[in-house]
Design a protein around this ligand. Structure first.
Ligand code: ADP
Length: 441
């Protein structure tokens, strides 16, 4: 028997005994009047406790549970324990929710919780960013009010969430998101969304690269195949034709060779995170060498001027820097008509860095092309680039080689006036030539 039942039964027995004793001593009427008075008192006490309970229920949460006596003391202490446990549960839930929210807040993925009517119940900061949701304004709104694309509305209606939905044109048009819906609980849904813009761009670049490489290789291969077929068919080979065919086939083979070399260089540079070496590079000596190569390549068609700070060196990978600088120099020769002037400079910058630049008086570039010049295979004039042995990869190579050295490229050009391509290195990459080297120079 529980404690309070024992107490109550004890009191009842006591009062029955008292009533029986009183009845024997003072008569039954007096005894029953005493019993009635006790029952009234008991009833009043119950009413007082019920009133305290009702008043407590009416109070805001957190008000202490009232105290009572007798059975009510036990009932109220039981209630107080329940309230304490419930508060503890609430605190645990709140801290779990806070942990969940701070974990999802740090996520790059957008997370949205939808109720059974696809209304937003909760979302993390990435979701606010990707879907341009204002949590204060949009909680309680249907997701289709925010994402209005008819295909997305259809996707939600169909309720087939096996594959994610690809949402193009999010955030003002430039972002692509995958949206995966996971149904759970009572017709609620968890929306997980990821930004795949970069991945899509890379995919497009990969497709373009395959298309471009195939396109670049098709012409030389067609030429080679054509000549080989004709030579095969000739029973008595015509020596003049044979000579010409050999010349052209050699030209096309060397074009393919250049293309493959440039592709390999580019892929090597792309795959590396930094320069292939961190060594002292004697840039003045390297620029002297480039000047000699440029003179040979130009075959006296251009005036080539050198302006070099003989004591400014760089830290980095000599091969990568040379390949970048040589590309800029050969471009200047290839895009400058005879009698043009080409100036190769290596000078300190005002902030202690160094700038390698090549200025020409060549054909120049219209402003709309400039931002795209470092894209692979981007050429302003396709035939001129090919005629002069270009692969369309030179400036892409320059871009990667420079970025490995935290250097930036600046292009300043005007059609028919000429161009200046500069590679600007930060101060932390430059230093004064060691004394021994200066003495030798
Ligand atoms: P390419 O092998 O075609 O020269 P690049 O990547 O080196 O490829 O250059 C990309 C394009 O930039 C060239 O096709 C050309 O149109 C333009 N370009 C590069 N350098 C010069 C320059 N010095 N003067 C004019 N146009 C240039």
């Amino acid at each position: 028997m529980r404690g309070y039942w024992r107490g109550a039964a004890g009191w009842l027995v006591l009062w029955l005994v008292l009533t029986a004793v009183a009845s024997a001593a003072f008569g039954p009427v007096t005894a029953l009047a005493g019993l009635a008075a006790w029952l009234l008192l008991l009833h009043a006490r119950q009413l007082w406790h019920v009133d305290s309970l009702l008043r407590w229920l009416d109070q805001p949460p957190g008000t202490p549970v009232p105290h009572g006596s007798g059975i009510w003391a036990e009932a109220f202490s039981y209630l107080a324990r329940l309230v304490r446990r419930q508060r503890q549960n609430e605190a645990d839930l709140r801290s779990a929710l806070e942990r969940f929210q701070s974990a999802t807040a740090a996520m790059n993925e957008a997370v949205i919780i939808l109720d059974e009517l696809d209304r937003i119940e909760w979302c993390n900061p990435s979701a606010e960013h990707y879907f341009e949701i204002d949590a204060r304004r949009d909680i309680g709104r249907q997701l289709t009010y925010i994402v209005r694309q008819p295909q997305f509305v259809e996707y939600l209606d169909e309720q087939n969430f096996a594959d994610p939905f690809v949402l193009r044109g999010a955030r003002g048009g430039e972002t692509t998101l995958t949206v995966q819906l996971v149904p759970y609980g009572n017709q609620q849904k968890l929306v997980i969304s990821r930004d795949i813009t970069r991945w899509e761009r890379l995919e497009a670049m990969r497709r373009d690269l395959v298309a471009n490489v195939s396109h670049e290789l098709r012409t030389p291969i067609t030429v080679l195949a054509g000549y080989l077929e004709t030579l095969n068919e000739q029973e008595t080979p015509d020596p003049a034709f044979q000579k010409r065919a050999m010349e052209l086939m050699t030209q096309q083979t060397s074009r393919m060779q250049h293309l493959v070399e440039d592709l390999l260089t580019l892929s090597r540079l792309e795959n590396a995170r930094g320069p292939s070496a961190e060594q002292p590079v004697d840039v003045p000596r390297m620029v002297q060498g480039l000047h000699q190569e440029a003179t040979a390549l130009s075959a006296s068609r251009h005036q080539i001027v050198l302006d070099v700070d003989t004591e400014l060196w760089l830290t980095g990978a000599e091969g990568e820097l040379r390949s970048a600088f040589l590309n800029l120099v050969t471009n200047a020769i290839r895009y400058t008509p005879p009698k043009g002037r080409i100036t190769i400079r290596w000078r300190p910058t005002q902030d202690g860095g160094g700038a390698f630049s090549v200025t020409d008086t060549g054909i120049g570039i219209a402003p709309e092309h400039i931002p795209r010049l470092t894209e692979r295979f981007y050429r302003v004039d396709r035939s001129r680039s090919r005629e002069t042995g270009g692969t369309g990869l030179g400036l892409a190579i320059v871009k990667y080689a420079l970025s490995h050295h935290q250097a930036r490229m600046e292009i300043d050009s005007e059609p028919e006036q000429g161009s200046t391509f500069s590679a600007i290195f930060p101060a932390r990459r430059t230093f004064q030539a060691p004394v021994a080297a200066t003495a030798t120079a």
